[in-house]
Design a protein. Structure first.
Length: 269
């Protein structure tokens, strides 16, 4: 069967019009802006943590390291996207250049940068020495947000409810923990979560959108742990290896003190 040039033009025009009406597949949309698509679900959110002074009363159980407190409930998660890696120095520099952002409290802001530039060779390392408000400002500029604890945890453990992003057994070759500093994001591809999200254990602890005011203190929760593991006392903040169901209660002092060499963030939208 043969077609005239006019018929071919009409057929091609129709196919183009139809293609514009079709939704973008998840395979294409999932890699947009280096983010990963997480399909909405009903998620059994479970928190298991060691007891520390100052924590509110929770149901208790005896754990391998002593008394633990537990939070457990079901939550409905809508579809969302999450950054494949932590936000880097290079990405944060682009934000500063484009927005002109200046923190209200400059103390320790990007303390490791010199003359507005991140250290040579560290462009792909996670940005640190930023506080909650700095991270929120970046997220707003990027059209994103900080993840809730539930969003972060589901992206890390998936439907299998893994203890660690890659499984249920510790493997020091899959994460940057107990080392001398951060590594470039994505340095541990074998440590990916079930969804392919990277660096969710170690490298830097990650902020979540979890501001709390208990009437005495302001605080939020950090997830994932960092490269730095403190030793010497059970009372030191646990910020080395953390499992997917553990968190660090991060007391807010002031923005300057809240900025740290071991705390960064990633975004969702």
């Amino acid at each position: 069967m043969s077609y005239s040039l006019k018929q071919v033009f009409k057929l091609t025009h129709s196919l183009i019009f139809i293609s514009l009406l079709l939704p973008i597949s998840h395979a294409t949309a999932s890699t947009l802006d280096d983010m990963i698509h997480i399909k909405g679900t009903r998620f059994h959110y479970v928190q298991e943590n060691r007891m520390r002074e100052g924590l509110e009363l929770k149901p208790f159980q005896e754990g391998p390291l002593g008394d633990a407190y537990i939070d457990a409930y079901w939550i409905d998660l809508e579809d969302y996207y999450i950054d494949k890696t932590e936000v880097t120095n290079k990405q944060f520099k682009a934000f500063l250049d484009a927005s002109g952002y200046k923190p209200e409290w400059p103390m320790n802001f990007l303390k490791h940068w010199k003359n507005g530039k991140y250290p040579r060779g560290k462009g792909d390392h996670p940005v640190v020495y930023i506080d909650f408000n700095d991270a929120k400002a970046y997220a707003a500029w990027a059209g994103k947000a900080l993840p809730t604890e539930a969003q972060w945890q589901y992206a890390a453990q998936g439907e299998e409810y893994r203890d660690l992003p890659w499984g249920n057994s510790w493997d020091g070759t899959r994460a940057n923990v107990n080392s001398k500093g951060s590594k470039a994001v994505g340095s541990y591809p074998a440590g990916a979560s079930p969804f392919g999200v990277l660096d969710m254990v170690g490298n830097v602890a990650e902020m979540t959108d979890s501001f709390n005011d208990d009437g005495w203190h302001w605080f939020s929760y950090l997830r994932g742990g960092s490269w730095f593991k403190p030793f010497g006392s059970l009372w030191y903040v646990e910020n080395g290896l953390l499992t997917n169901t553990q968190r660090v209660k991060f007391w807010w002092l002031n923005p300057g003190f809240n900025r740290s060499a071991t705390i960064g963030f990633r975004c969702v939208k």
